[in-house]
Design a protein around this ligand. Structure first.
Ligand code: SF4
Length: 453
């Protein structure tokens, strides 16, 4: 049992699903983790690079790819943030410049691999950090280098994650000039007091105005909101959702404020440092309230955390569901080609990566890589589908199909009321409890196949 009474806060069916899951897994497990977190990176950087070169050559005809670019710099470090982000004040411009040189070399190196240039690019997604914090000219340089190096085309989506503070008219002009079409805004909350706690100085009215300015340019716009903030009420979260949806956003991500290595002090200061099941259950009730409001307004989950109108395809987050390889660039970025995953080194080392090598020489600054085992290859489709909140039993290995049916039985999946149905006629989506426990579900699913490994 969860140690918390959800009666009166969530519908009984939701409560039953939560209780069933909470009896099985710890309630605060978080998001599904990449495989390297559990079993490390078996191959070192050079070995990973050789393996990737072979795989990419063999997969030259394997359809489109997605690209993710990690630019880990921010104007200031928000105390609640658990991202791989670092502050880029003027004094560390040298670090930013060295990072960008490494990135430029990395782009050239990947583009030189036989088999990559034939593949059309679905989306180029910039995350971080706040990518525009490197400055408009530098940002334009990175985007242009990627456009020149890979097979982008008129239908390629160019997408950016940003705080609203950096979305001024000058930056919007730069983004328009570069053909950006999707902006994901880190709003977190519109409540003035909560914004002060989070270190966000921009007034809520200005946040909405900047979102409206992006919408006026005809772009797809989505926003992050946090739930589980100190003292946050259900009404406050619903009010934030109401403001954003009234402004016309196409998508809203609901993120749980979780403790991690980068925000421990903030969590402790806010009284959230100790694991408390009653509080976690109350946070779950916030999610249920927010999700039900979004669904009543026509938004549908198309990712664990993301609710979208049909226009917002959330292309980067759903690349694996489309069977696309992911070319990841930049520090600490994770990519995958076929059955091979890889990861980059962290920002400090990335910015200090050897400067003597000419562009195109050596391998990119990888931490290493590894191949999915045969067992993981079987488990992976359901993990991918859970992350995309779109489970198609007819496409799954028999064992995953039975496992998904068991998840549906206890209320962690439910039939989707929109989206493509497979030949079996059923496409399931995650329930709120399913999304909350997705990390534990994914871990169990990998283990389910492990005896085969
Ligand atoms: S919340 Fe966003 S802007 Fe703040 S430190 Fe994290 S990545 Fe940077």
């Amino acid at each position: 049992m969860s140690g918390a009474d959800l009666s009166g806060t969530v519908p009984s069916a939701v409560r039953a699903a939560w209780d069933s899951a909470a009896a099985r897994w710890p309630v605060g497990e978080g998001m599904p983790q990449p495989r390297w977190v559990t079993r490390g990176l078996p191959d070192g950087p050079a070995q990973a690079w050789d393996a990737l070169a072979d795989i990419i050559a063999a997969r030259a005809e394997s359809g489109p790819i997605s690209i993710y670019v990690h630019l880990p710099f921010c104007e200031t470090r928000c105390p609640f943030c658990d991202c791989h982000a670092t502050v880029a004040p003027r004094t560390s411009r040298d670090t930013v410049d060295r990072f960008l040189k490494t990135l430029a070399r990395e782009v050239v190196r990947w583009a030189s691999l036989p088999g990559i240039g034939t593949r059309r690019v679905t989306t180029v997604h910039f995350g971080g950090g706040t990518p525009l914090a490197i400055g408009a000219d530098a940002f334009e340089g990175v985007a242009s280098a990627i456009r020149d190096a890979f097979r982008t085309h008129a239908g390629t989506e160019w997408a950016l994650e940003s705080t609203s503070r950096l979305l001024d008219e000058e930056h919007l002009d730069v983004l328009a000039h570069l053909d950006f079409t999707r902006i994901h805004v880190g709003v977190q909350t519109l409540d003035p007091a909560a914004r002060r706690t989070l270190g966000r100085r921009e007034p809520p009215r200005q946040v909405i105005e900047r979102i409206e300015a992006c919408l006026e340019r005809g772009w797809i716009v989505s926003a992050d909101l946090l739930y589980g903030l100190p003292g946050q009420t259900a009404e406050a979260l619903r009010s934030d959702i109401a403001h954003l949806t009234a402004a016309g956003v196409h998508g809203v991500s609901l993120y749980h404020l979780n403790a991690g290595p980068h925000n421990r002090r903030f969590m402790e200061r806010s009284g959230l440092g100790v694991r408390d099941e009653a509080r976690l259950a109350a946070d779950f009730a916030l999610l249920v309230g927010g999700a039900s409001l979004l669904e009543s307004l026509g938004y549908r989950r198309n990712h664990l955390t993301h609710f979208a109108l049909p226009q917002d395809g959330n292309l980067y987050a759903r690349h694996a569901l489309r069977g696309e390889d992911l070319l990841a660039l930049g520090s600490s970025a994770d990519g995958v080609f076929g059955d091979y995953f890889y990861r980059h080194i962290e920002v400090d080392r990335y910015a200090g990566a050897p400067r003597s090598k000419p562009a195109g020489a050596g391998h990119p600054p990888l931490a290493g890589g590894g191949r999915f085992t045969a067992a993981e290859v079987r488990a992976r489709p359901l993990v991918t589908q859970l992350v995309a909140a779109e489970v198609r039993p007819d496409t799954l290995h028999e064992r995953s199909r039975a496992y998904a049916a068991a998840l549906a039985e206890v209320g962690l999946l439910r039939p989707a009321d929109a989206g493509p149905a497979g030949p079996s006629g059923v496409t399931w989506t995650l329930t709120d409890a399913g999304s909350w426990f997705a990390g534990a579900i994914a871990a169990e699913l990998w283990d389910l196949y492990r005896p085969e490994a």
